[in-house]
Design a protein around this ligand. Structure first.
Ligand SMILES: [Zn+2]
Length: 295
């Protein structure tokens, strides 16, 4: 049996189409370049099998996020379980590097001081190794609560992944508790098929797969992820993006401002936003005010 889907949506879809019959009814946010769906991956712990997994995604034109424990990264890289510091740029080229806690400690068991160190020092170490900003997180052991979410947010973390698979394709309500679609061992190929035919009432549908590369490396069986990549690659309507790219984009869509009649949109963010309208795909650039209603 497949994991549960969001309940009641099919019943609601008729209502949604009725609501969308008005003048602004055909306006929907879409992903960059007018793509309708997004696919992303999140792999934890930074073990050496990331080398093969990152290359698998890269060679298929896909992007993933790798959540690393900076305290586990090796100095030399050889003969260890973990990827070496000196090879991060090569192994993860084209992908996102994000936090998973310096020492992979369980966030809910830590004092505030320890939690701050675990997250802030991880950011600092990974930023020093990679340059730029590291703003993503996945909770070690999938463990979190409201205090952990609040602390992460205050430390500059923009999103954090949990391990609670939804079996669905809705973007998260709160990016600090970003529930993935599924672990790769949980009906991945069936969910991929469902995602390829995702219903039209989904706005910004998203498939989010998580796991650890050592699950493939230790067993030597890479077949499920290889089959999934083969099935999903090269699709014109899919945006292949990292976690932070998707978070940044969707957060921008949520900040858009509209005229009272809903026909004019102002983009107050620094991200170009794409909308699908009756007239086709439009973009609204940072700072732009644009009529998006019927012409
Ligand atoms: Zn982990």
């Amino acid at each position: 049996m497949l994991p549960r889907q969001e309940k009641g949506i099919s019943e609601c879809s008729g209502i949604l189409s009725a609501v969308s019959g008005g003048k602004r009814g055909n306006m929907r946010f879409v992903y960059p370049q007018g793509k309708r769906k997004a696919l992303t991956f999140s792999y934890d712990d930074g073990q050496i099998f990331d080398r093969r997994l990152a290359e698998l995604f890269r060679s298929a034109g896909m992007k993933a996020t790798f959540h690393l424990n900076s305290g586990n990264l090796e100095e030399g890289g050889n003969g260890s379980f973990y990827v070496g510091k000196e090879e991060l740029g090569k192994v993860y080229a084209g992908h996102e590097i994000a936090c998973h806690g310096v020492q992979h400690r369980n966030p809910v068991t830590l004092s505030l001081e320890q939690l701050v160190l675990e997250l802030q020092e991880d950011r600092k170490a990974l930023e020093k190794l990679t340059g730029g900003l590291v703003q993503g997180l996945s909770y070690a052991f999938g463990s979190y609560n409201g205090d952990v979410m609040d602390t992460a947010k205050k430390l500059g973390i923009k999103y954090s992944r949990t391990v609670q698979g939804t079996g669905g394709f809705f973007p998260p309500a709160d990016f600090l508790a970003w529930h993935p679609t599924c672990h790769h061992d949980n009906h991945l190929l069936e969910l991929g098929d469902r995602f390829l035919k995702v219903e039209g009432y989904y706005e910004l549908p998203l498939m989010y797969v998580w796991g650890h590369s050592y699950e493939f490396g230790n067993s030597g069986d890479w077949s499920v992820i290889e089959a999934f990549v083969e099935k999903m690659k090269g699709r014109e309507d899919i945006w292949y993006a990292s976690n932070i790219e998707i978070c940044t984009y969707i957060e921008a869509t949520r900040k858009q401002e509209f005229s009272a009649d809903g026909l004019t949109m102002r983009n107050p963010t620094c991200v170009e936003v794409w909308v699908s309208t009756k007239e086709g795909i439009l973009t609204v650039k940072p700072g732009e005010v644009r009529y998006i209603g019927e012409h």
